[in-house]
Ligand binder design. Structure first.
Ligand SMILES: [Zn+2]
Length: 659
């Protein structure tokens, strides 16, 4: 979430440009206009290469399950009590819907005054709904009866707020759909409906799907396809409005679940209207098609909009959108740190990623991972699976506190202190985000909710379906239970991956049909050993199961890999993990919360040394640690030091220059 420090004067709209673009859109697309949604056959040419399973068909096991149980006992399970004013005491979708009389809202953020404060009006909808989305999904994946009961109660309460015409949202009758400026209409719905979709996929309760479809139809009725401009704003800086593009998440998933093609067309319409309006956002076609244009927008927006463009491009197969998508991916490649963390502290600001000076927001990390998942499904290209693992296992795990229930709002790969400011940089006196907190209310309660979402979104995409069977796209401890060719299939993936690169698969199925099982071969695997035969198909290993029970083990052998970063730095990976040299630190509790056991934590280094790498590489290691000789820059002495996975560190050095 961001607060814009610039003073935003409402700028006069270039009406001529707007009217011209609007006319072209309406005229060229008027033939596609239609009323009620119709069931249609899925166009094979547009179908995704890999299909997401229904949420809850894949369950986490091993360390992934343990982490989710810990989060439910921790910040994800208690956020409503930690920040009650933002969640429990603001019934923003119900009795406290926004009306013309509500001019300000205190969300507890430490900021400068400015016109952007209008954002605060919708902030609690994002905080609440992103939190509930993560909470509901964690409850489902861990099967915890107490949390499931709370989730069910919440869903029923939200459904009761739905108006006769299908409206679910945060505005009263007078305000809704009548905006020419900053607003949270679509964003408050996108965040809310993602949680409801998770609940529907788990329960398969048609009442919930009906409510979501009615809410979607209410949007379509009020912002008619190709005959309205939902992204028109007199002010090009409109954060809630442009977050609202992510309502494409809802329309796209509704298409996948119902096969109603109008949901797809609506994604194309939304993206094109967003792209055509005068907005300070990176993900617009003219900017993406300009090779000199450098990303500069708010990180979380830019990386989530990658997903909206992907949805529009693959729904329309429009060449211009496809080219824009290619260019977007190239631009993003320059903004990601070795951990996969994308610049977002909070603005990208035309910078290239740096391991020490460009921070990444947990929200940006989640959004980029989710966008890569979306591209993985659409393309079937395993390079996106590699990126998803890189971000989840490194940037995300590395921004969680390894012991306490708290996360870093902002984090850098090289993290030399966590006292609120970026590596003790004093140029931003009000910066508080570089610390560990279960809330971060002094900045915004956006990252903690997303820290509860990222795990469930990873898990939902660990297995996908292709036309032949099941594909293990993202690796890790899990259990998948689904139906393939009319037969029930249960697969246990037993492993500590990525902390070990051996995986045992136990496959059980109900009948005698042949089951095709494909397992992704990680790019870094030097050699593969398997206890049963397989065929290679691109980046996949293909196993055929004819018996009712199959039990086999696959090991991906690898070695320490050295990677160049920027001009003269290197970093090391082993398997999917980025390794870091941990720096000992002094912990300070900087805030206590009314809920016992929750605190903000800050860290000062006890060791101020920086390390260089001797000319000849001398590292040895395995899954758990890498050891080698490093040169202490301060003492000029060589020391034998140990690197550990970045997710197990607080303060750390990830990149090294050569001596
Ligand atoms: Zn955030």
């Amino acid at each position: 979430m961001f607060v814009d420090n610039l003073t935003h004067m409402a700028k006069a709209l270039n009406l001529l440009t707007f009217i011209f673009l609007g006319t072209v859109l309406v005229t060229s697309c008027s033939k596609q206009r239609s009323g009620q949604l119709q069931e249609t056959e899925q166009h094979q040419s547009l179908s995704e290469k890999l299909q997401l399973l229904r949420f809850s068909e894949i369950k986490p096991t091993g360390w992934l399950e343990k982490q989710m149980v810990g989060d439910l006992d921790g910040f994800t399970g208690h956020l409503d009590s930690i920040v009650p004013d933002l969640i429990l005491k603001d019934d923003i979708y119900g009795e406290d819907r926004l009306s013309k009389s509500v001019k300000t809202k205190d969300v507890g953020a430490i900021t400068d005054d400015g016109l952007w404060q209008v954002q605060f009006l919708w902030w609690n909808s994002e905080t609440q709904s992103n939190w509930w989305d993560g909470y509901i999904r964690n409850a489902i994946l861990t099967g915890n009866a107490y949390h499931l009961a709370r989730a069910e109660k919440y869903v029923n309460k939200i459904l009761q707020t739905q108006d006769e015409d299908g409206y679910l949202g945060i505005y009263d009758q007078e305000l809704r759909y009548k905006f020419d400026n900053e607003n949270g209409e679509l964003w408050s719905k996108a965040t809310l409906l993602r949680g409801l979709l998770g609940w529907y996929e788990y329960t398969q309760d048609e009442k919930v799907l009906d409510a979501i479809e009615k809410a979607a139809q209410n949007i379509i009725n009020n912002y008619p396809i190709n005959a309205s401009h939902p992204f028109y704003s007199t002010n090009p800086d409109a954060s809630g409005l442009t977050h609202g593009l992510m309502i494409t998440d809802i329309f796209e998933r509704l298409f996948q679940l119902t096969k109603k093609s109008e949901y797809k067309s609506y994604c194309v319409f939304l993206y094109k209207d967003f792209s055509a309006n005068k907005l300070n956002e990176d993900a617009q076609i003219p900017k993406l098609m300009d090779s000199a244009y450098k990303l500069r927008g708010h990180g979380a927006h830019t990386y989530e909009h990658l997903r909206a463009l992907s949805a529009a491009a693959y729904s329309s197969e429009d060449t211009e959108l496809m080219n824009a998508l290619d260019n977007f991916l190239k631009k993003i490649a320059g903004t990601t740190a070795p951990s996969g963390g994308p610049i977002g502290d909070e603005w990208i600001g035309q910078r290239e990623a740096d391991a020490t000076t460009t921070g990444y927001e947990f929200c940006s990390t989640h959004e980029l991972m989710h966008s890569y998942i979306s591209l993985l499904g659409k393309t079937g290209a395993m390079e996106y699976a590699e990126k998803v693992e890189q971000v989840f296992f490194n940037a995300a795990q590395g921004a969680r506190h390894p012991q306490h229930s708290a996360i870093a709002y902002l984090k850098t790969d090289n993290s030399f202190s966590m006292n609120g400011k970026r590596n003790d940089d004093t140029t931003q006196p009000k910066q508080t985000r570089y610390k560990y907190s279960p809330a971060h209310q002094d900045a915004a309660v956006c990252c903690v909710p997303n820290a509860g979402r990222i795990g469930p979104y990873y898990v939902q995409s660990m297995w996908m379906k292709d036309t032949e069977g099941l594909v293990a796209t993202l690796l890790g401890p899990s259990e998948v239970s689904t139906e393939i060719n009319g037969e029930n299939v249960l697969i246990k993936e037993i492993t500590e991956y990525p902390y070990s690169n051996s995986i045992r698969f136990v496959v059980e199925k109900s009948g005698n049909k042949t089951l095709t099982l494909k397992i992704r071969k990680p790019f870094w695997a030097d050699e593969i050993t398997s206890s049963v035969d397989y065929q290679k198909e691109g980046d996949l290993l293909v196993f055929i199961s004819e018996k009712e029970l199959m039990d086999f083990e696959v090991t991906f052998k690898t070695s320490i890999k050295e990677h160049s970063f920027k001009k003269d730095e290197v970093y090391f990976t082993y398997g999917s993990l980025v390794y870091a040299l941990p720096i000992s630190s002094q912990e300070t509790i900087s805030k206590n919360f009314p809920v016992s056991g929750f605190h903000d934590y800050q860290y000062s280094p006890l060791d101020f040394a920086r390390y260089l790498l001797p000319t000849a590489s001398n590292l040895t290691g395995d899954d758990s640690k890498i050891t080698g000789i490093f040169l202490n820059e301060r003492t000029r002495k060589q020391e034998n030091r140990e690197l550990v996975p970045i997710g197990k560190t607080i303060l750390r050095q990830v990149t090294f220059q050569r001596q």
